[in-house]
Design a protein around this ligand. Structure first.
Ligand SMILES: Cc1cc2nc3c(=O)[nH]c(=O)nc-3n(C[C@H](O)[C@H](O)[C@H](O)COP(=O)(O)OP(=O)(O)OC[C@H]3O[C@@H](n4cnc5c(N)ncnc54)[C@H](O)[C@@H]3O)c2cc1C
Length: 548
């Protein structure tokens, strides 16, 4: 660096690059050991090195600075409805697909395939979260797409292929495919029963019953995906339909991209508004039963929202720790200032608890044949999506503040903290906003013996901390008391904290368990981060969380 005549630049931290994101994440490693003791972490080590590399971080910056552009027509006036991306977007997509984040578990024989992929998804989020939108939807589509065996036979192998192929081509010519979903319309997103898009029967062929779809979707992310599951009304009611961008004969399907959304964050990902004009689509599952069918996809993307926000929290925490280790104020490094230690330790607790909960949920998807695991997945999906994503924005703000003014500055995409902060709210909104998740928890509690499954889940944590013991003893009564619409958020919060504490009791060192239980369960805490009691073991909490 050259020196300026007026002053020397000093006390400005070095960027956090070329760090293995897996090897430096003890909370993730311990959660993995707990949930999947047999898992070979070698692929995660490799992905951690790649995702933390300076080269990939440059791709992440460029993909967010040079945002997607819509090309509705070619220069001769033909409609093409294509989105053009910066090469760095494709480099990121290629890396995510090569790592199998878009679908590897569906083609794997390992008992831990979903949890391996979940940990990889968290690591990749620390690199760049917005390209993970199509990656997540592609991963999520398989359970629903199996509702049409013929299409699944043709598309299944392409959905697990490790080759990223961004060209719009007929499926037979593709090396790999991505898929998206279209539910939300202008007049309603949470309440999809208000959908007005219509589907008219149009015969049948090797892929089953064919329909012509006319209508619109107000949010339609990643419109360059090869196909989508969409909701439309047939005579029998809302149905789930498979709508490819390119038809088997090579012609383009009648999907018009009206415009791209100008979003707060999630900049590298194109989210669009579309119209269908007699677009061709095939029925998936039972006609008139489209909502439960497409919600099988929604369930998996909700898992990814929890994983994604946990990854963003870890990234924000690492940046805050890295910065405060280097920056000096009032004669000490910031990380040595007692009050900053409180803030950082509190963030570390939140981040570790999010990691533990999200990975526990992922384990449920590996063991769905086990009734307990199925019940836990049903219960923890809305809870994790609600609580972790809800905590994300406050977490991002506090982590940003640790960097002072630098945290708020974008500087051509180099200010990663600002990008994280802008990204945080989206996982809370899409795939079912907070209230919808809390209401879904009520539904989960009504079906089967969810309370018994929860009690079974918490039992191994008994005797570790008095506040946790009290919560375990009183939770059944609290569930009965709070299981109403008006208090559904309180219920989701209480269950989330109880499960997080119970998980930490089994995976984390005593300093983490004690501070988490005392603050989150015992009430020895304030309403902002950095309000832990002076009794917390700050040194142990910080040493555990440091990214080096
Ligand atoms: C960047 C981005 C990308 C997206 N991509 C896609 C996509 O690819 N495909 C797709 O289908 N959708 C997509 N969405 C849409 C997203 O899933 C919806 O925005 C979301 O489901 C909420 O629907 P809505 O916007 O219509 O809000 P509304 O349904 O109007 O909800 C507004 C608020 O009311 C609350 N609410 C609703 N009902 C109740 C109730 N009964 N009780 C209490 N509160 C209630 C909600 O929780 C929410 O806070 C995307 C959204 C964003 C922001």
């Amino acid at each position: 660096m050259s020196e300026f005549a007026t002053h020397e630049v000093f006390n400005q931290p070095q960027p956090l690059v070329d760090v293995n994101l897996f090897e430096t994440n003890r909370a993730l490693q311990d959660a993995l050991r707990f949930n999947a003791p047999q898992l070979d972490p070698a692929p995660l080590r490799a992905l951690g090195a790649l995702a933390g590399s300076a080269e990939m971080q440059t791709h992440a910056r460029l993909a967010n600075v040079h945002t997607p552009e819509l090309r509705t027509h070619d220069r001769f006036g033909h409609r093409i409805d294509e989105v053009e991306f910066h090469p760095s977007y494709h480099a990121l997509m290629s890396a995510a697909v090569a790592a199998g984040l878009h679908g590897a578990p569906w083609g794997a024989s390992s008992a831990d395939a979903h949890i391996l992929r979940a940990a990889g998804f968290m690591l990749f989020t620390e690199l760049e979260p917005s390209i993970l939108c199509p990656i997540s939807m592609t991963y999520a589509v398989t359970p629903a797409l199996r509702g049409n065996g013929a299409i699944y036979r043709d598309w299944g192998p392409l959905l697990t292929s490790r080759s990223y192929d961004p060209q719009l081509k007929p499926w037979r010519a593709k090396a790999g495919v991505t898929m998206g979903m279209g539910m939300t319309e202008k007049q309603g997103g949470s309440d999809v029963r208000s959908n007005t898009t219509r589907a008219v029967a149009d015969g049948s062929d090797g892929w089953g019953r064919r329909f012509r779809v006319t209508g619109h979707k107000w949010f339609f992310s990643a419109p360059m995906c090869d196909a989508f599951l969409v909701l439309a009304n047939t005579e029998a009611g809302l149905s789930c339909l498979f709508l490819p961008r390119v038809l088997p004969d090579g012609s383009r399907n009648a999907l018009r991209i009206q415009r791209l959304k100008d979003k707060l964050g999630n900049k590298a990902n194109a989210s669009s508004e579309v119209e269908f004009e007699q677009a061709t689509a095939w029925l998936v599952g039972e006609e008139g039963r489209g909502v439960p069918m497409i919600l099988q996809m929604g369930t998996m993307t909700r898992l990814d929202c929890a994983l994604g926000t946990s990854g963003l929290m870890r990234q924000a925490l690492s940046l805050a720790l890295h910065h405060t280790q280097q920056r000096v104020a009032f004669g000490k490094r910031l990380i040595e200032q007692p009050l900053m230690r409180n803030v950082l330790a509190d963030l570390a607790l939140e981040s570790e608890a999010a990691t533990a909960l999200a990975l526990r949920l992922a384990r449920g998807y590996d063991r769905r044949d086990d009734p307990h695991e199925a019940a836990i997945a049903r219960l923890l999906t809305p809870i994790s999506k609600f609580w972790i994503c809800k905590r994300g924005s406050a977490f991002g703000q506090e982590a940003m503040e640790c960097l002072g003014g630098n945290g708020y500055v974008e500087e051509n995409g180099e200010g990663v903290m600002a990008r994280i902060y802008r990204e945080m709210p989206v996982n809370s909104i899409w795939e079912g906003a907070g209230n919808i998740m809390a209401l879904d928890l009520l539904r989960a509690l009504r079906g089967g013996d969810a309370a018994a499954a929860l009690a079974h889940e918490l039992a191994p944590a008994r005797g570790v901390h008095p506040a946790l013991d009290h919560v375990i003893a009183t939770l059944p009564m609290r569930i009965e008391l709070l299981a109403t619409e008006v208090e559904a958020r309180r219920l989701a919060q209480e269950v989330a904290l109880a499960v997080q504490a119970a998980l930490l009791a089994q995976t984390a060192p005593p300093a983490v368990v004690d501070a988490f239980c005392a603050s989150r369960l015992g009430g020895d805490w304030g309403q902002a981060f950095g309000t832990l009691s002076a009794r917390a073991d700050f040194e142990a909490l910080l040493q555990r969380a440091l990214p080096q």
